[in-house]
Design a protein around this ligand. Structure first.
Ligand code: BES
Ligand code: ZN
Ligand code: ZN
Length: 485
């Protein structure tokens, strides 16, 4: 179980504690003995990342920060330090653990707690030997002393709950989570968080003529779904909604252009964009962000089969444009395109799509950055970059020049779904732009959305990329709107 978070105003002498400190002083209220203090100071001066003092009744973890670094970097160092300490904290079997800071800046305690909480996650659902489960021995409560206020604690609780929830979804294999099952899960998330969910099933998708989604679904034995999530609080500050679109490919075999070698590895996670959208909707609804936000999730698997769509096919999309299929493995853009044109119905202020879209983005940035591009205003990109640094889900913007759009011209249809080997992440974004009648930001999470090994608190397989970034972006967006009113 994930530890609960609480605020406390007093520390009892036998409570184990993590205290974040600068390089010079150790607070009195830690009640260390003279020799413990001397030892600790020596270690701190030696620039150790942390010092552990085992007293008879308690353990004290002194975590040092490098005050010369900018705050957003220190926060990340704290998240990583928490992840480094995870094993030791676990082996010490604390029922409760206090987290406090001394001379550290606002947000330091939350960052450490966030890193710790995100490191505690494990996907143990299919382990039959429960005693092996990694979840045991974690503190059941993290107690904040002189740190965050109630609102900050609520934000951290809801945000990390959301990451846990969507990691579960991403890690779920396709034999347990096909597209209709994903829709069921999204419905449940909506019920818990308080946003509405409408699920369009195959008949409705056919009636709407969503050609992209239907084409990709042709090789599947399961029907496609199209989920519409809506959070519309009475006090919404925006009159035109923000629309989030998430790629919900529950498994990507490549289709008839089948993925060879080990390229199918972790393709159960090709719905990480969809999961991120559900996660963001969860966080903003739980915390009551005063924005009207709509989430669109087209979902199916992509498989070869007797009736599967084929290279060379020409597909009429939802917006009536025709697309020549150059490669059935470029399926994500086919389903996103329909969702992006469907978004026009809501006259959105901004459309943001998030998708594990191209190997090209993963090759360029590895797990370190989310590739972003689009035609939306500069202010949106600036805010996204700022939030990206803040939560350390960093964004790297790619050019979106019209020349890249020429690479997906087709001789026989309006456009092609592939643009050759070069600039793959950008041509994918340009493809999507054709379907956007409103400002678009496209986020390709193929790199950080699926990791081969743990990267500190970003755990392997489905680390849950994009949720912390987009939730923070919307929170800040609302704050900025409010300040301007
Ligand atoms: N889901 C993949 C992209 C992907 C690759 C995500 C690696 C995560 C890790 C996507 O559908 C895909 O197959 N893209 C192709 C497009 C190509 C055929 C134009 C790719 O990038 O190779
Ligand atoms: Zn693919
Ligand atoms: Zn895919």
């Amino acid at each position: 179980m994930k530890p609960e978070l609480h605020k406390i105003t007093q520390i009892s002498p036998d409570q184990s504690i993590v205290c974040i400190i600068g390089r010079d002083e150790i607070p009195e209220w830690l009640k260390l003995t003279k020799s413990e203090k001397e030892y600790a100071l020596k270690q701190v001066l030696a620039k150790e990342e942390y010092v552990i003092i085992n007293s008879y009744y308690k353990t004290t973890y002194l975590v040092t920060i490098n005050e010369a670094h900018p705050e957003f970097r220190i926060k990340e160092e704290l998240r990583k330090c928490a992840s480094n300490l995870k094993k030791i904290i676990k082996s010490n079997n604390h029922d409760e653990l206090v987290i406090a800071s001394y001379h550290a800046f606002k947000g330091a305690v939350e960052a450490f707690a966030e890193g710790l909480l995100l490191s505690f996650y494990s996907f143990g659902k299919y382990k039959t030997k429960k005693e092996k489960e990694d979840k045991k021995n974690y503190p059941s409560r993290l107690l904040f002393y002189q740190g965050p206020g109630d609102e900050d604690i609520k934000w951290l609780t809801d945000l990390t709950d959301s990451v846990y929830m969507i990691r579960d979804l991403i890690n779920e294999p396709v034999n347990h989570l096909n597209a209709p099952a994903l829709a069921d899960e999204i419905r449940k998330i909506g019920n818990t968080a308080g946003f509405s969910v409408e699920v369009l099933t195959k008949g409705k998708i056919e009636a709407l003529k969503m050609g992209g989604l239907l084409a990709v679904n042709k090789g599947s034995i399961d029907p496609p779904v199209f989920c519409i999530l809506e959070w519309k609080p009475e006090k919404a500050l925006n009159s035109n909604p923000i629309v989030l679109v998430g790629k919900g490919i529950v498994y990507d075999t490549g289709g008839l252009n089948i993925k060879t070698g080990d390229y199918m590895d972790n393709m159960k996670g090709d719905m990480a964009g969809a999961a991120a959208v559900a996660g963001v909707m969860y966080t903003i609804a739980r915390t009551g962000i005063p924005l009207h936000v709509i989430g669109l999730i087209p979902s199916t698997d992509n498989r070869p089969g007797g009736n599967a769509y084929a290279q060379g096919d020409i597909i009429t999309m939802y917006n009536k444009m025709t697309v020549e299929v150059g490669n059935t493995d470029a399926e994500g853009r086919m389903i996103l395109a329909d969702a992006i044109s469907y978004a026009s119905k809501f006259k959105p202020l901004l459309i943001i799509d998030i998708a594990t879209l191209t190997g090209s983005a993963a090759m360029t940035f590895s797990g370190q950055a989310i590739a972003v591009m689009g035609n939306a205003g500069r202010d949106y990109f600036k805010l996204l970059e700022e939030c990206g640094n803040e939560v350390y889900e960093r964004t790297a913007e790619l050019p979106f020049w019209e020349e890249y759009g020429e690479m997906i011209k087709s001789d026989i249809a309006d456009i092609k779904n592939v643009g050759g080997r070069e600039a793959g992440a950008i041509t994918a974004g340009k493809f999507l732009e054709n379907f956007a009648e409103y400002p678009l930001i496209h986020m390709d999470i193929a790199g950080p959305g699926s990791l081969k090994k743990d990267d500190y608190y970003r755990l392997k397989d489905g680390p849950g990329s994009g949720v912390r970034l987009l939730s923070t972006f919307l929170k800040r967006f609302a704050e900025d709107l409010k300040a301007r009113k």
